[in-house]
Design a protein around this ligand. Structure first.
Ligand SMILES: [Zn+2]
Length: 136
């Protein structure tokens, strides 16, 4: 007779498994907010089909639930990107300077993000021209 026993799977994940992935993600946002000296009014983690994150003009940061399952480098990239939008609404020079400072190698992450089919960066945001952009 054979006794079928469910074998306890060894946890060989490189990341520590957490029971509270959403809380952990939000905690990361808090940590980054302090570092970047920004103050989001509200941080939400919810299902998002087309984006990894967004930042509203009222100061709400929304992150995709799926981000919990991504590696830390990518999480940091998305978190810092959205938090920086609280200070800089566009991807201007200062925005990129700060990205370089806090997330070295972010361009590689952006490449990953742009190549993932489900994501389009700020698809609904119309490109606005500020007067300074009209200098010839
Ligand atoms: Zn952006």
């Amino acid at each position: 007779m054979m006794l079928v026993r469910s074998q306890p799977r060894q946890q060989t994940r490189r990341k520590t498994y957490t029971l509270y992935p959403v809380q952990e993600l939000k905690h990361k946002v808090d940590t980054w907010a302090v570092k970047l000296r920004v103050n989001p009014k509200l941080v939400r983690v919810q299902e998002m089909r087309h984006k990894w994150g967004s930042c509203s003009s009222s100061g709400t940061i929304t992150l995709a639930r799926d981000l919990c399952e991504k590696d830390e480098a990518f999480q940091n990239y998305v978190i810092v990107h959205e938090l920086l939008h609280l200070r800089y609404p566009t991807h201007g020079r200062m925005f990129k300077v700060l990205m370089n400072m806090h997330v070295p190698g972010w361009r590689e992450q952006e490449h990953r993000r742009c190549n993932s089919m489900e994501y389009a960066a700020h698809p609904s945001r119309p490109k606005r021209k500020s007067p300074s952009e009209f200098t010839h």
